[in-house]
Ligand binder design. Sequence first.
Ligand code: GLA
Length: 393
Amino acid sequence: MRKPIIALAFIATIAFAAKAQDKPITTTPPMGWMSWFPFIDKINEKKIMEVADAMVKSGLRDAGYKLLQLDDGWMAATRDKEGRQYADTSRFPHGMKYLADYLHARGLKIGIYSSNGTQTCAGYPGSYNHEELDAKTYAAWGIDYLKYDACGEKENHTDRELHTRMSKALRAIGRPIMFEICIFSSGDTHLWGAEIADMWRTGGDIVKFIERTPEVTYKNWYENLGQVVGKENYAGNGHWNDPDNLIVDYPRNNKQTYEEQKAQFSLWSVVSAPLILGNDVRNMFDATKQILLNKEIIAVDQDKATKPGSRVISDDQKEVWVKQLNDGSKAVVIFNKQDTEATLSLNFKDINVAKKAKIRDLWSHSDKGTFTDTYSAKIAPHGVNMIKLIAAK
Ligand code: GLA
């Protein structure tokens, strides 16, 4: 008589487990830090632990930046005797589980990187034909996130096929591990990304050839922003377009003005991009912290409606981006495209507001009052005005 009950309980458990795994790990865009831009592949245990401590001390963790992603370069140059990837022992003397435990004890999550071909982009062993073993290895270490690139040899397989293989392997291991698709040469990942992943890159690296320290300007992020235009309907509710990291406080040859860096942060939030920091958080100016810890703008990125914003105006002078928020208000970013300061106007009819609106400025943290038909602001070259706007009677 007990057998059917056990069998039923067993089936129920399987069904519940499957359901739990299908559920996205976070329904709002992930927030965190990634090692590639600050350190390239020169990463080690000491640096990552210092970054973890800095994330806590600076208030970044408590503001929501919880994921620490170790990008390319964490691995040893070859696999071990059992065919497993493992952390380079000179740079990570205690291994990856130790680091995962260190981060988890501080309320952080740990991310890792691999590629769908035989080698990663920096030449370390990729996961091609090792997907199940690698997924199991990551789970045993306590990994929470995998960024999966498209470098290396892969015979005749397509990237979509191989990314799907790894996604299945991750889903089969019973530990929720977020999955990011990084195929920078492909323009169509957004069409199928949500079927297998939590987020997907929408274009190339925001800073290319970082080893050769090119000059970094607002054009770096402006190009990547352009790659999310028209893709907003493919994202939302646990699945995200990723125009690549924030380059606020980018550590090498950064020629951006302060206003341009505020602009990237505003625009990334309005398009619901993952907010992944690309700076050395161990050494931050207060001014940088003021950008990255702007709670009102983070709240726009993390809004519960999980609806990415879109570009509604693009003319010679400006772009206007709008995001519908859960409380019925709209977040609006007016971006000054010009090389000179300009007073730019927002016409309410362009953003479906009938006549009057109450406006709050999200950078000065001040209520501006009630406006009729239009709102104007003086905006720095390549800078933004970011407001929250609620229709009024
Ligand atoms: C590619 C990715 C980058 C980074 C490097 C690492 O270029 O797009 O984000 O992960 O590989 O080699």
